[in-house]
Design a protein around this ligand. Structure first.
Ligand code: SF4
Ligand code: SF4
Length: 483
């Protein structure tokens, strides 16, 4: 195994905020009900169960192999309470709802064996598909089923990541305490069997020496030690850092024949194949000052966010954000269920404070890239809420946006073109499609200009107006088309 230090130009280190979670895992117990949203109203006809049926955890509820992903599986034992369109935020979503019978047991996926060496790739792929694990990660895990935009044998780079570059991150020791290092390495060996042509990398926060030592193994071709600055953990930047191939924001690592998975997914692979455990639950990191009780919790997939946060809030009005304060999506309705792509749930107090002339205040708990706040001298834990911390004004040419941009862009220049409606070949020449929507330019902008929104708008308009197609973007970056 080679060990290399790699990083990217730009980026930003977040540290010293309020709301970090404790390195412990708690269980919130069995939910009373779970919900499984389906694709569209047509999917209701493809449900494999009916109202009133008894279901077992691990049982298939819905399957359509024409749709990329895994089948929907029950994550609790109980009875199907309803299968119907449900109103969330003014739109109808088809949902299967199951009421728990209070029992914990689950039905193992077929094909389980203690003897992992006896399994071939086809066995592993089938188990991962029926365990609901194969759709994990941005591009899924390639199998003989329709679970990824690329085929197993096309994968040239398998990247396992633990980069800790966001404001709040999952604690690796928590994940590897629930399983063991041996389980992780067994999971990795199984993945290597189904992606035989891949060079295998472990991308690790270089400031985590104990775990670098623990995870060093000849199962990896390369240990990549990365600087834990945002957005290193974002799959596009990570793939570029590790492989040297640029992934524009409109593309995914699969376009560069790469698959990026996190440590928890590797452990789910192990659980599914060695113990037959379907993907019933996840360890979710509950972070942010909006929670009074912050830790890592085991949650059954399909549990509503209402049930997850119950008894953990500080009684304030919070905004709940999935996975990242920088790029995550806000939970629009707390009645919605947790889905398998959620790793971190962040609670930020809604900021309703008008902050006129903020820069005249000392800012003992304020964060500023410019080190102009008192927090630079008195490093008290910084407040993290949804306040804008100032109002939009004209660009001050401070240079923050292009100093941090991981794609080497000049957001200050590009936004002016989009704002003035000059969206044509010029902004393409300036590289707007390199933007990976990390939102860092907006975060650091002294003038509070929503720069990343202008980037998104510019790219969307270029595609809509026919200046560029996805195929042309792929070709210009030397990437491959995927399904
Ligand atoms: S221009 Fe795009 S890639 Fe660069 S910092 Fe802004 S959002 Fe990130
Ligand atoms: S960070 Fe904002 S104020 Fe500074 S140069 Fe960029 S756009 Fe202008």
């Amino acid at each position: 195994m080679e060990t290399k230090k790699k990083t990217f130009k730009g980026g930003f280190v977040f540290k010293g905020f309020q709301g970090y979670p404790l390195a412990v895992v708690e269980s919130i117990g069995l939910p009373e009900t779970v919900m499984y949203p389906l694709l569209d109203t047509k999917s209701l006809n493809e449900a494999l169960v009916s109202k009133g049926d008894t279901v077992k955890a691990g049982q298939l509820l819905w399957q359509n192999d024409d749709v990329m992903g895994s089948p929907v599986i029950a994550t609790i034992n109980g009875t199907v309470k309803s299968i119907k369109p449900t109103m969330w935020e003014g739109s109808k979503v088809p949902v299967i709802t199951v009421e728990s019978d209070g029992t914990e047991k689950w039905t193992p996926v077929k094909g389980v064996t203690e003897d992992l060496d006896s399994l071939d790739a086809a066995d592993i792929e089938e188990t991962l598909y029926f365990a609901g694990v194969a759709s994990s990660g941005r591009d899924g895990i390639p199998t003989r089923f329709n679970t990824s935009p690329i085929k197993s044998e096309e994968v040239q780079h398998l990247i396992v990541k633990h980069c800790e570059s966001d404001v709040y991150n999952t604690d690796l020791s928590v994940l590897l305490r629930e399983n063991t290092l041996e389980d992780f390495f067994d999971g990795l060996s199984l993945l290597k069997k189904i992606m035989p042509n891949a060079r295998v990398y472990m991308a690790m926060n270089r400031k985590n020496p104990p775990w670098i030592k623990e995870l060093s193994s000849d199962l990896f071709d390369e240990m990549v030690l990365v600087t834990p600055k945002y957005p290193q953990g974002q799959d596009e930047i990570l793939t570029e850092t590790v492989t040297g191939m640029k992934i524009p924001g409109e593309c995914t690592p699969a376009n560069a024949s790469a698959i990026v998975l996190d440590v928890q997914t590797v452990l789910h692979v192990y659980d599914a194949v060695k113990t037959g455990k379907p993907l019933l639950e996840k360890i979710i990191t509950m972070a942010g000052p909006g929670f009074s009780n912050r830790s890592h919790v085991k949650v059954r997939i399909g549990t509503s966010f209402d049930q997850i946060v119950k008894g953990r809030t500080a009684g304030k009005e919070n905004r709940y954000i999935i996975n990242s304060t920088m790029t995550g999506s806000a939970v629009s309705d707390m009645a919605k269920p947790l889905e398998s792509d959620c790793n971190i749930l962040i609670a930020l107090e809604e900021g309703r404070v008008g902050e006129i002339m903020l820069w005249t205040k000392p800012g003992f708990r304020k964060h500023s890239i410019m080190n102009t706040m008192a927090n630079a001298i008195f490093p008290l834990a910084k407040i993290n809420n949804t306040n804008m911390n100032g109002e939009e004004r004209a660009c001050l040419s401070c240079g923050n946006c292009y100093n941090v941009c991981p794609s080497g862009l000049y957001p200050t220049q590009l936004f002016k073109y989009v704002e003035r409606d000059k969206v044509d070949e010029t902004v393409m020449r300036y590289g707007i499609f390199k933007c990976i929507d990390c939102n860092l330019c907006t975060y650091v902008c002294t003038a509070k200009i929503p720069l990343s929104d202008f980037m998104k708008e510019g790219k969307a308009r270029l595609i809509k107006d026919g200046y560029a197609s996805k195929k042309e973007i792929l070709t210009s970056y030397g990437l491959k088309e995927t399904e």
